[in-house]
Design a protein around this ligand. Structure first.
Ligand code: 0O2
Length: 268
């Protein structure tokens, strides 16, 4: 196939991956801004390399004309969660979206692969608007925990090293490691609420501090230097106390000060 043709085929897949990544990353940001726990810890994506597509063409015994219809993971998105429970939440979140239609699902979490691989896979249909018009792109979304991802990444490297023929003793050790991952995920689930509390209060504190710094920055335009220095010193004092309620109260006080300056400005 001509190189130019590859580019033509792959460009809409790149667009789909870019757009979906932006959407999921915004979802993470939205949760953070609202101080809410996000079931998505991280998201990344890729378009399959031409060499990997060619390998799949050979493996599946398909012709070059069938690439677009027979290979559904040319566009791939990987969503990483902290806890196994988050995976279900992400799956239902995707099922509810109007910009991607779920075509098929594979649950390798309830039914792990013989290799020990665990992950939840969805094939969704996503439409991109290109210069040649609309194009519907199949996208494979893999959803798994940080621990499952660690295992899959290591095992994938070994599969590459041993050209899909991992020696039996290593396979056995990988299976053992996969069991350890199941135990680790289970253990993390058991202390999930504790971990989430800690993360939520960390995020809440970060949001309040960002609001305070923003308010102080705005006050620079209207308040005198002495007042600003006083406010800053007060902020550092309260920050050192490590008390979210006190920080939140201080943030509200700054809002009132700013409101006062705004009212003065209107009267002038
Ligand atoms: P790559 O290099 O990651 O893209 P398919 O081959 O997709 O038509 P299959 O094998 O039934 O059909 O699809 P499945 O099982 O959903 O697997 C698709 C992808 O899941 C793989 O893509 C891998 O990314 C991942 N995967 C599946 N099984 C394993 C496993 O045992 N170990 C690891 N590490 N990953 C796995 P590719 O194209 O095989 O590879």
């Amino acid at each position: 196939m001509e190189i130019q043709l590859w580019r033509e085929i792959l460009t809409p897949y790149e667009q789909a991956v870019d757009e979906i990544l932006v959407k999921f990353r915004h979802l993470i940001q939205e949760h953070k801004a609202m101080g809410e726990y996000c079931p998505i810890e991280a998201v990344n994506g890729r378009v399959k390399k031409i060499s990997s597509i060619l390998e799949k063409v050979q493996k599946k015994g398909i012709s070059m004309d069938e690439i677009e219809t027979e290979i559904e993971d040319i566009a791939g998105i990987r969503i990483i969660c902290q806890f196994v429970e988050d995976i279900d939440r992400v799956v239902s979140l995707i099922r509810q979206r109007s910009d991607m239609q779920v075509d098929s699902e594979k649950d390798y979490i309830t039914h792990a692969k013989v290799s020990g691989y665990r992950s939840y896979h969805l094939i969704v249909h996503y439409t991109v608007e290109t210069m040649r018009g609309r194009k519907m792109i199949p996208v494979e979304i893999q959803i798994r925990t940080l621990a499952m991802d660690f295992w899959a990444t290591v095992e994938h490297s070994l599969q590459y090293k041993y050209k899909q023929n991992i020696p039996l003793p290593i396979k056995k050790r990988l299976l053992g490691a996969a069991e350890a991952i199941v135990a680790l995920d289970r253990e993390m689930t058991s202390i999930r609420s504790e971990i989430m509390d800690a993360q939520n209060s960390f995020q809440m504190k970060a949001n309040i501090v960002a609001e305070i710094l923003n308010s102080i920055q705005n006050l620079y335009h209207v308040a005198n230097k002495r007042e600003i220095v006083k406010i800053q010193d007060e902020f550092y004092r309260i920050y050192a106390e490590d008390n979210i309620e006190a920080l939140s109260k201080f943030s509200k006080e700054l809002d009132i000060i700013a409101e006062g300056y705004r009212a003065q400005g209107l009267r002038l």
